[in-house]
Design a protein around this ligand. Structure first.
Ligand SMILES: Nc1ncnc2c1ncn2[C@@H]1O[C@H](COP(=O)(O)OP(=O)(O)O)[C@@H](O)[C@H]1O
Ligand SMILES: [Mg+2]
Length: 209
């Protein structure tokens, strides 16, 4: 039985997911609310091994479908080992990336297609979907600048930026398709402003009191 709440964070690289997850964790700790913070891919011993295969520089020749299937394999294990037990005991589960990353990265940016990803996600999640997904909405062109300054931006190849722009578009598709679950939060302000918006969204959806 699922008594807890499942919150996922999504968004392009450098948009502030880790920052906001830390802030939410601090809030839950202060309130004494049972929670875990985990991430995709990984979060458990077997899933972390799969993560290492995906991220290893030795595996640069990896086929995109192989990559997507490995992510799905890691997800199934991560759900079993981490997410489901915590939800069953009534905890809040905060996960850094989940199925929507597969949609945006593999489905749209890598062009494997929505149907491929939908099937994969159905098989790997066994129907366990987040109660709410916080999408930190900030275009990659701007977040890369914010993260590393002008110098960092110069070193980024335009090809990279094109890829991240496609990921962002993928997220925008989800925001249109699933407005109930997939909540867009304007992440252009300060860390604190974004934190307030995240808390307000969680409260208005009944995830937090
Ligand atoms: N609202 C913000 N304004 C300015 N800098 C931010 C903001 N949120 C995060 N950062 C900074 O941007 C960088 C990337 O943030 P991070 O939380 O690691 O992003 P992500 O986990 O999405 O990749 C960090 O250096 C962080 O301190
Ligand atoms: Mg992060």
């Amino acid at each position: 039985m699922r008594k807890g709440k499942f919150i996922t964070f999504e968004g392009c690289e450098g948009v502030g997911k880790s920052t906001q997850i830390r802030a939410l964790k601090a809030y839950l700790e202060e309130k004494g609310i049972d929670h875990i913070v985990t991430r995709e891919p990984g979060g458990s011993a077997i899933a972390e091994k799969i993560r290492d295969i995906i991220l290893s520089s030795e595996n640069e020749g990896m086929d995109y479908a192989c990559e997507a299937l490995l992510y799905a394999a890691a997800r199934a294990q991560h759900l079993k080992d981490m997410v489901i037990p915590a939800l069953e005991r009534g905890a809040i589960v905060i996960c850094d990336r989940f199925v929507d990353s597969t949609f945006a990265y593999q489905g749209i940016a890598r062009d494997l297609g929505e149907e491929f990803v939908d099937q994969l996600n159905r098989l790997s999640t066994k129907g366990i979907m987040p109660d709410i997904t916080i999408f930190l909405d900030f275009p990659p062109q701007l977040s890369f600048k914010r993260k590393g300054g002008a110098d960092r931006e110069d070193r980024l190849e335009s090809q990279d930026m094109e890829f991240h722009a496609k990921v962002y578009e993928g997220y925008k598709i989800l925001a249109r398709q699933e407005p109930q679950r997939f909540v867009s939060i304007d992440a252009s302000g300060s860390k604190n402003e974004t934190r307030e918006k995240v808390l307000a969204a969680l409260k208005s959806r009944g995830i937090l009191e």
